[in-house]
Design a protein around this ligand. Structure first.
Ligand SMILES: NCCC[C@H](NC(=O)CCC(=O)O)C(=O)O
Length: 448
């Protein structure tokens, strides 16, 4: 197949929804648990996300926006037995099952690294870009995302000649799938066939294999294999690796908390994978031995510091032939991490620039720069086939910041989630958003 030299890696970031809150829903995600019950600021959260999108657009990258989910999720609450008017459903849920209500109000779809796994057309048998929404079975509040995520992806990549959309895998723990947070694509040029690297936390059908003991392994080997099959990937274009169970037990709930890759570069912690030397050897072989690894030693940055600072939840971006790393402010505040990063930048590593962002609202729930984006490699024709209203521009940035200022609250605590007014505010915001992004009626409340 011919290489498209104009293929780009686009980042589609999740827009933070109007109900962003801290409910402590993610066992095994240290930040989510430690910020439980604190007041959130949805307006600031959305603006922080938009500022990152705008900055990367300004740097010349292709940047897209993925719409949030409808929350509170009244359909799910009704499915769980709450009845009556919408206000009544919210009130009884808050009285009888406040955690269930909080789960049905989470803005967790903002972390679009978990929205889906995406395979670029250069890697797939039919030459289309393949999308499979992640079932996110391990956490109830996230398991209710995939259906609407699928609709939003179809409305964003809306051309059957170029884009193939699959259903999520069966929603059981055996096929627990956390999407692109556990998937990295290596390549020499974006438009050339690449190596898709799938990382999983455990085996569902083989209990003889190692697994974490304290925290859950959300993603299975069997799920990764199924995605590779669905997307029509060639065996020689796929490498699998198991996450080190010990680091899952220290709070590394997704691989993108301990490793990140771009083109022919892998930036990872020394303890990221089981049998790490062998994994790196396999990757180098698959990449015809043109592969660079920056492996951060535990003696320089401990796993605990990596989890606290989100050093590896960074974005590695190619800008004008240079590799730039996008990191959260928390990296600057951690002396061991900052020392290491400045040494990388000033030395002869491939990383030549550090871009620091304030993403505190998302970080407090365990989501850094990389969690907030879904990478989609697109050749020239595919770029033209995307829904143009979802692509960042100066005009879209202005429009969306005004929209956030108009509709979003600047404070939400647990008790607010039962407020019927919040439901109305969210629906009117999202109704307007579907017009701004030209998505059609993707939300359940628009389909009655
Ligand atoms: N890729 C980053 C995902 C972070 C996400 N946090 C949350 O859902 C926290 C929600 C809360 O606790 O309110 C998760 O753990 O899946």
């Amino acid at each position: 197949m011919k290489t498209d030299i104009n293929a780009v890696e686009a980042n589609f970031d999740g827009l933070v929804g109007p109900t962003h809150n801290y409910a402590g829903l993610s066992f095994g995600n240290v930040a989510s648990q430690s910020h439980s019950a604190q007041a959130s600021n949805p307006k600031q959260a959305a603006l922080q996300g938009l500022a990152k999108m705008k900055a990367l657009h300004d740097a010349g990258l292709t940047q897209g926006v993925l719409a949030p989910q409808e929350r509170p999720d009244l359909n799910t609450l009704r499915r769980l037995g709450f009845t009556g008017s919408d206000a009544n459903v919210l009130q009884t849920a808050s009285q009888q099952a406040s955690k269930v209500l909080a789960a049905c109000c989470s803005a967790s779809s903002m972390w679009t690294a978990n929205a889906a796994t995406v395979s670029p057309s250069a890697d797939t048998a039919d030459g289309k870009v393949h999308f499979t929404p992640a079932n996110l079975t391990n956490k109830f509040h996230r398991s209710i995302e995939h259906e609407v995520t699928g609709r939003i992806l179809k409305a964003t990549f809306n051309d059957e000649r170029h884009f193939a959309h699959h259903q999520a895998l069966p929603s059981v723990e055996h096929f627990g799938d956390e999407g692109a947070a556990n998937h990295t694509r290596f390549c020499h040029e974006y438009g050339q066939a690449g190596i898709e690297f799938f990382v999983y936390g455990r085996y569902a059908f083989d209990s003889s294999k190692p697994a974490p003991v304290r925290y859950p392994a959300r993603h299975t080997y069997e799920a990764s294999e199924a995605i590779a099959r669905l997307h029509g990937l060639q065996a020689k274009g796929v490498v699998y690796a198991q996450q080190n169970p010990d680091v899952i037990d220290k709070g590394v709930f997704h691989n993108d908390v301990i490793a990140v890759g771009n083109r022919d570069l892998m930036f990872c912690h020394q303890e990221a994978f089981l049998n790490q030397p062998d994994v790196l050897k396999q990757l180098a072989g698959a990449m015809n031995n043109q592969f660079n690894v920056i492996e951060v030693p535990s003696a320089r940055v401990s796993v605990e510091d990596a989890v606290k600072s989100y050093l590896f939840n960074s974005q590695l971006l190619s800008i004008n032939g240079k590799t730039v790393i996008v990191i959260p402010e928390e990296c600057q505040k951690n002396p061991a991490v900052w020392d290491y990063l400045t040494e990388l930048r000033d030395g002869d590593s491939p990383i030549s620039e550090l871009k620091v962002f304030d993403l505190k609202q998302s970080m407090s729930n365990g989501g850094g720069p990389a969690c907030l984006r879904l990478r989609v490699v697109l050749n020239e024709q595919e770029q033209a086939a995307c829904n143009p209203n979802t692509l960042m521009s100066d005009a879209l940035y202005t429009r969306l910041t005004q929209w956030v200022d108009q509709h979003y609250r600047d404070r939400i605590i647990d008790a607010d989630l039962a407020d019927p007014q919040l439901l109305l505010e969210s629906r009117s915001a999202l109704d307007e958003l579907t017009q701004i992004l030209n998505l059609g009626s993707v939300y359940p409340f628009q389909q009655v």
